[in-house]
Design a binder for this molecule. Structure first.
Ligand SMILES: Cc1ncc(COP(=O)(O)O)c(C=O)c1O
Length: 388
């Protein structure tokens, strides 16, 4: 199989991730609660995992990081537990994933919060002038929430300027790093981030079912789910601050430790080395697609402003039929459709096509995976011509 669906979930994982998941599932129990040696060892390892996330994202205080069951959970927590008042407003980009846009639409409907969407063009995926104008003219804006990079076209948003402007106008900034953590530097201090949502299973090479939310000292969330945390057990009220306030119930320690191994692997391999490898393959992919006149590539093609994600369509073919044929007949795994981001498809003009075919590269992708896709597309086209 040629696996080109790393923007959905990375595959394969570094070997240490598999072994850590297996070994910790067999040997560690009752984290944050038990009195056994294994529980105490688990508590130390949990702390090391928090430190690993903190060091990856330049977070000064690891105690502000709560593990969640994914990036969707982290974003829901940040958005739904935000202390909204009717008439408040939030800003987002035009390419958001459902994980961010649906909670925003929900609070708009249920809490009377307004939302503004910053305009997109292929050349300028996030219009900073229009954004600043919103910040200047709408004093009711409390939060700016954006993805770091589009999961559909890979375009990277100018997050450093977005965060800087948010702070300049007294707003908080929430970053969805689902498509960037492990691909690009994610720096909480440099990007002026108040809340950061991370997935474990994408480019941090962890297992599914784990993610994290960083909540900085200036962001005050309500609790989102009530229950036992292992700390403050004798009190009736929930602990209101991270990490305990948001790690409710028995936490998935094996997944957390496996994620920490994934982060360690990314750091030991070197983010810049991974980025170089992925960008080279991205350039190969774009060049190969550009050789095929029947292919339309969406978004800009400047590899220096893109994560290794490319969306395209094939003339006279639906994305679904291309995606299925590529897997069934050529063993190429990618994704077709809307990728949980219809806003992005409205922005790039592919909504009427039923979305796009998306190919995404990871640290384990090889040049022959990209070659296989280009050859397969040429073959699909020659067969469909022959059938006419
Ligand atoms: C931009 C973006 N945000 C959020 C998510 C949700 O991440 P998770 O699968 O960890 O919940 C995804 C997953 O595809 C994504 O691409």
């Amino acid at each position: 199989m040629h696996y080109l669906d790393n923007a959905a979930t990375s595959w394969p994982k570094p070997e240490a991730v598999y072994t850590t998941l297996d070994q910790s599932f067999r040997s560690l129990f009752s984290p944050k609660r038990g009195t056994s040696k294994a529980s105490r060892l688990g508590a130390n390892q949990l702390q090391e995992a928090r430190n690993a996330v903190a060091s990856l994202c330049n977070i000064a205080n690891p105690e502000r990081i709560s593990f969640t069951n994914g990036c969707t959970h982290a974003l829901n927590l940040a958005i739904q537990a935000f202390p909204w008042q009717t008439g408040d407003a939030v800003v987002m980009s035009a390419v958001e994933h459902h994980a961010l846009s649906r909670p925003i639409r929900k609070i708009a409907q249920e809490k009377g919060v307004e939302f503004y969407v910053v305009p997109y063009t292929d050349a300028v995926p996030f219009n900073l002038a229009e954004y600043e104008n919103l910040l200047k003219t709408r004093p009711n804006i409390k939060l700016v929430a954006t993805t770091h990079a589009s999961n559909v076209i890979g375009s990277v948003l100018p997050v450093e300027q977005i965060g800087k402007l948010a702070h300049q106008y007294g707003k908080l900034y929430l970053l969805d790093a689902a498509q960037s953590a492990g691909v690009l530097p994610v720096d909480v201090q440099r990007f002026h981030i108040d809340m950061l949502a991370l997935p474990g299973h994408k480019s941090l090479y962890g297992p599914p079912g784990i993610g994290a939310l960083y909540v900085g000292e200036n962001a005050h969330l309500n609790t989102f789910m009530e229950g036992g945390t292992g700390g403050d057990s004798g009190k009736h009220e929930m602990h209101p601050t991270p990490p305990d306030g948001f790690e409710v119930g028995t936490i998935p320690l094996p997944q957390i430790l496996a994620l920490a191994e994934g982060i360690k692997w990314v750091q030991e391999t070197g983010l810049s080395k991974i980025h170089q490898h992925e960008t080279k393959l991205l350039a190969q992919l774009i060049a190969g697609l550009q050789e095929i006149p029947e292919v339309t590539i969406y978004g800009h093609t400047d590899v220096s402003r893109k994560t290794p994600v490319v969306s395209f369509n094939l003339l006279n073919h639906t994305p679904k039929s291309v995606g299925e044929t590529l897997f069934d007949d050529y063993g190429i795994a990618l994704r077709a459709g809307f990728h949980c981001a219809p806003m992005a498809h409205e922005a790039i003009g592919s909504i009427h096509r039923g979305g796009t075919v998306r190919a995404s590269i990871g640290a384990f992708t090889q040049p022959d995976d990209v070659d296989a896709l280009i050859k397969a597309l040429k073959s699909v086209l020659s067969q469909s011509l022959a059938a006419l």
